[in-house]
Write a protein that binds this ligand. Sequence first.
Ligand SMILES: NC(=O)c1ccc[n+]([C@@H]2O[C@H](COP(=O)([O-])OP(=O)(O)OC[C@H]3O[C@@H](n4cnc5c(N)ncnc54)[C@H](OP(=O)(O)O)[C@@H]3O)[C@@H](O)[C@H]2O)c1
Length: 252
Amino acid sequence: MDFSDKKVLVTGASRGIGKATAIAFAQKGAKIGINFRSNLNEAKKTLSELPGEGHHLFQKDISQKENCQTLIDEFISAYGSLDVLVNNAGISIFHDIDEVDFDHWTDAWENTFRTNLFAAANMCFCAAQAMMKSGGGRIVNVSSRGAFRGEPTKPAYGASKAALNAMSQSLAKKLAPHNIYVGAVAPGFTETEMAAITLTTKERENLLRESPFQRMAQPEEVAHAILFLASDGAEYSSGTIIDVNGASYLRS
Ligand SMILES: NC(=O)c1ccc[n+]([C@@H]2O[C@H](COP(=O)([O-])OP(=O)(O)OC[C@H]3O[C@@H](n4cnc5c(N)ncnc54)[C@H](OP(=O)(O)O)[C@@H]3O)[C@@H](O)[C@H]2O)c1
C-alpha cells in the first residue's frame, strides 16, 4: 500500500489505535493531521514518532459540532486538500442499568453519542464537502465488535457503534458516485488505554479466553485494516465492515 503525499486526518490520534494508524499511514508516505482532545503531551510524543515530514497537530474537541467544521477548515488551509478521514476518536463509559442513577444513565448516553456518533457524522459531512470539491476521497470509521454482540455494561457504546456502522453503509451508497468510499473497521478488545481502564483483571482473563489467539489485538493490527480500506484498489470494498477481533465473535 502506497500513500505517498496523501493527506490523512486521523481523529483521536494522540494514543492507542489512532496513534498506530497515524504511524502506519506515515510509514507509507502520507502527511498526517493528528487530532486529539486534551492530552497535548501525548499528542506531541505521537507527532515526534511519525516518520517523514509535514505532519501537524490539531487540538479540537470534536464532540462540539462547531469544532468539526473548524478542524476541516484548518486541515485544508494546512494541506490544500483531504484524501483520507479516519473517524477514530471514541469514548467508553460504564452505565450498568441495575447500578447507576438516572442522571448517570442519561449523561452516559448523551456523552457517548456526542463523541462516538455525532462527531463522526459531523466530520463525515464536513470532510465530504471538501472531498467532493477535490474529486473524491476515503472515509474509514472505527466501530467495535460491541456493535454486533452487545455491550451489557455500556449499552450506549454498543448502540453508538451499531449506528456508526449503519451510517457508514448509508454514506457508502450515497457517496460512491462522488468517488468517496466509506468503510468501517470493528475491533475486538485492543491493547490500548481504553481497554486498560475499562477492564478488571478477571474480566481481562475471561476476555482473553474468548479468542482462539488467547490475546487482545495490537493497535497496529487494527491500523492494518484501516489502511486497507483507504488504499487504492479497495474502492469496491466500500460499505464493508472489517472485523479485527481474533475470531472471538464471528457474525454471519
Ligand atoms: N481499545 C479497544 O479495545 C477498542 C475496541 C473496539 C473499538 N475501539 C474503538 O477504537 C477507537 C480508539 O480507541 P482507543 O482504545 O485507541 O482509545 P483511547 O486509547 O482511549 O484513545 C482515544 C483517543 O480519542 C481521543 N478523543 C476522545 N474524545 C475526543 C473528542 N471529543 N475529540 C477529539 N478527540 C477525542 C483521545 O484524545 P485525548 O488523548 O486528548 O483525550 C485519544 O486520542 C475508539 O473509537 C474505540 O471505541 C477500541
